[in-house]
Design a protein around this ligand. Structure first.
Ligand code: AMP
Length: 224
């Protein structure tokens, strides 16, 4: 099963992606997380990408597209949930072409809809687990609230160290990312519409303002 997940930063896309990945045994491919791994590991790709990420700009296509397409082809047998890519019409076209060339089908498109102001408020409260990117933590949601240990907030799943992403605490970077997302001419909404118009994939649209469990239940019913 191959799935594309769309939703503005802060919509809960990563949280839902982690739930779906677990249930269906898919690879959860998050372009942003791959970049963060490269930055952490001090690779050349990470060094090239860092300044763009910190300021909320897109990493150039010549770096991003081959990186994501290579990861996807490695997950061909297992199936994947792709999150954070495509973020522009150009990336959507590149992905569509690559899928057709490699004979991979797109089965579902999950779109989490959320008002921009709510998404913005949510971004600031999310926390990253140092051990596993698929351990969602958010200080404002009971279902995924970090736990306290020795006076520190730690990951609710594994007790790992938590951190806030620099680009999640910078209002200008958040605004830039949302400008890209909600742009339906060449940005991410244009990519969403591109794939919605492509025959084949079933579209699952959910309201991101609902509770985490309600959203995942809605998604699961339609995936089944
Ligand atoms: P995310 O974790 O999805 O919020 O992504 C964090 C940052 O990584 C973004 O703000 C971009 O700088 C970069 N990034 C992630 N995915 C892409 C993409 N598909 N194209 C370009 N840059 C990306």
């Amino acid at each position: 099963m191959n799935i594309l997940a769309f939703g503005p930063n802060g919509s809960g896309k990563g949280t839902q992606g982690a739930i779906v990945k677990e249930k269906y045994g898919l690879d959860h491919i998050e372009s942003g997380a791959i970049f963060r791994e490269h930055i952490k590991g001090g690779t050349e790709l990470g060094m090239k990408a860092k300044a763009y990420i910190d300021s909320g700009d897109l990493v150039p296509d010549e770096i991003t597209i081959p990186m994501v397409l290579e990861t996807l082809s490695n997950s061909k047998d297992k199936g994947w949930l792709l999150d954070g890519f495509p973020r522009s019409l150009a990336q959507a076209e590149a992905l569509d072409k690559a899928l057709k060339e490699s004979g991979m089908d797109l089965d579902y498109i999950i779109e989490i809809k959320l008002d921009r102001e709510i998404a913005k408020q949510r971004i600031m409260g999310r926390r990253l687990c140092a051990n596993d990117n698929n351990h969602p933590n958010h200080i404002a949601f009971d279902a995924i609230k970090p736990v306290e240990k020795d006076g520190e907030l730690v990951c609710r799943v594994c007790g790992g160290e938590l951190s806030a992403r620099a680009d999640d605490q910078d209002e200008e970077a958040i605004n830039k990312r949302h400008n890209i997302y909600y742009d339906n001419t060449t940005g991410t909404m244009a990519a969403v519409n591109y794939f919605k118009n492509e025959a084949g994939a079933k579209i699952i649209s959910v309201d991101g303002s609902k509770a985490i469990g309600d959203i995942s239940a809605e998604i699961m019913v339609q995936l089944a």
